[in-house]
Design a protein around this ligand. Structure first.
Ligand code: 2OP
Length: 307
């Protein structure tokens, strides 16, 4: 499968490429970046590692021509959030840049069934714009959404309970942003329901709050996230590439699950070769359902301001 990364010369795009190199599933990566030298440097650096990882082709350019023939386009390009800025405040600075990227993509020849995976922030809003752009069918447009938040939350819960991070199953759904919703009612720690721990909600509130602020904290400490974003992107792209239909909390245009429609946000979704196979209605309690509806409303309010 050929994957093009728009923004491949940047931190998130290059970390995604590096994660996909270790995954060894993707056959070819095209790194597009307005900074052509950065993209070329990343492509060369990645290719240098091929003999100890896997044999993949890397191309790079500041021109979208190398995107032709892609099976999946990952869009990571965008202006980074300032530490004190919410993702939604970033919207005005990123929407015009993103619409320019969509115009370029309308001019390339994607393979039949190609998918678009949006990472740039505010990811839910930009995912919706990409789905509305009719470059590929709506169901073939996904946003990284709360895959990253879920990844962070599981890792931080494991730290709190001193567990193997891969044994923690907990979902964050809704907006990849301030209104994200932790789904504690179905979370398990090594198979044990989190809800079986006395006073669990109070105990993990601090873990969730730190998760929610983790994006800003990483920006404050190192200028921007990349590593966990990269492995989260890898999880989505490989589920597409291998058609595994893994259930991931990707963002997509919702059509009524939990009573949520006409906005893109994260719900549990079977991800296959052509993107959204099925959105699965999660079992949520009243508070979680209310939180998800608040998330949808917050995103619709922003969308109304920009469209
Ligand atoms: C984050 O939360 C980049 O939005 C991404 O770090």
């Amino acid at each position: 499968m050929k994957v093009s990364i728009i923004g491949g010369g940047g931190r998130v795009g290059s970390d995604a490429a590096y994660a996909l190199q270790f995954g060894g599933v993707v056959r070819e990566m095209a790194l597009v970046d307005m900074n052509g030298d950065m993209a070329a440097g990343e492509a060369l650096d990645l290719r240098h590692g091929a003999s100890l990882t896997c044999n993949q082709t890397f191309t790079s350019s500041d021109d979208y021509g190398i995107v032709d023939g892609s099976d999946c386009v990952v869009i990571t390009a965008g202006l980074r959030r300032r530490p004190d800025e919410t993702r939604l405040e970033l919207v005005n600075r990123n929407v015009s840049l993103f619409k320019g990227i969509l115009e370029h993509l309308k001019g390339v020849k994607l393979n039949d069934g190609a998918t678009i995976v949006v990472v740039s922030n505010p990811v839910d809003i930009l995912t919706h714009l990409a789905a509305q752009a009719d470059i590929v069918p709506q169901s073939q447009v996904l946003g990284l959404g709360t895959v990253l938040d879920t990844c962070r939350f599981r890792s931080l819960l494991a730290d709190h309970f001193k567990l193997n991070a891969t044994d923690v199953k907990a979902l964050i759904l809704g907006e990849h942003g301030d209104s994200m919703v932790p789904i504690l009612s179905s979370a398990t720690l090594g198979g044990v329901p989190l809800s079986s721990i006395p006073n669990y909600e109070a105990e993990i509130q601090e873990v969730f709050e730190f998760t929610r602020k983790s994006g800003a904290e990483v920006i404050r400490l190192k200028g921007g996230a990349g590593r966990a974003v990269g492995v989260s992107i890898k999880e989505v792209v490989e589920s597409i590439s291998l058609n595994t239909e893994k259930v991931l909390p990707v963002s997509s245009w919702q059509k009524g699950t939990l009573g949520i429609s006409d906005i893109s946000l994260s719900l549990p979704t079977k991800v296959g070769r052509k993107g959204v196979v099925q959105v699965i209605e999660p079992v949520v309690n009243d508070m979680e359902r209310e939180g998800l509806h608040k998330s949808a409303k917050s995103l619709k309010d922003v969308l109304a301001q920009i469209s």
